[in-house]
Design a protein around this ligand. Sequence first.
Ligand code: 13P
Length: 251
Amino acid sequence: MTRPRLVVGNWKMNPPTIAEAVALARAVVSAAPAGDVTMAVAPPAVALAMVAEAVRGTRVLVYTQDVHWEDKGAYTGGIAASMLAGVAVGTIVGHSEVRRDLGDDDIRVARKLARAIAAGLRVVLCVGESEAQHLAGETESVVARQVAADVAPLRANRERAAQLVIAYEPIWAIGTGRPATAAHATAAARMIRRTLETAGLPGDGTPVLYGGSVTAAGVREFSTADGIDGALVGGASLKAEEFGAIVRAFA
Ligand code: 13P
């Protein structure tokens, strides 16, 4: 089965100014390889509009890093999915740093996912086990539990599931310089797809990305891994040339 390939740069809380975010976006456009791998950047919310302007008309798409689970109202600091029209084509949902820092559980992640998809956004849903769960051999059960709970609002809605991509991001591999192995990522991707099928969603047709210490030097491990269709890149996405090289590896 050939699935669409996608590489997303999650800039997290970087770079330090809007001007630098715009400069990085322009550099990403310059370093973008030709080919049919979809590529996107996810800047901090404050830089979204300016970055969207900087990449308009190029092959670089803009995602946001998170959305609110409600559509409007008294939610100080919140950004509703529907507010992103014309600015972002997609959003990351359920990143482990948001789960950790902002208290997102699977119920809230599921609500965010449903809001984003209803607003017409593409979604990169992040799942992945902690170091302790990894050491206890619980990767597949954790990932299955997260996926089942997070996609619950889409149940059997195969049309809406076309907007869904899942990123397998083991928490112990994020920002540590210790990526998972291809075999580990492949096993997780297999469990993700099995869980989607159980929910009445197209497992085989849903792209699965790997995230966690992906670099240009190490990307081949994942670009050649069975069942892995792209990457969600943190640190290395802040260097335009390196990000371009990571995208090229999936072409
Ligand atoms: P690093 O690539 O910096 O490990 O971050 C991965 C990540 O969390 C992307 O969402």
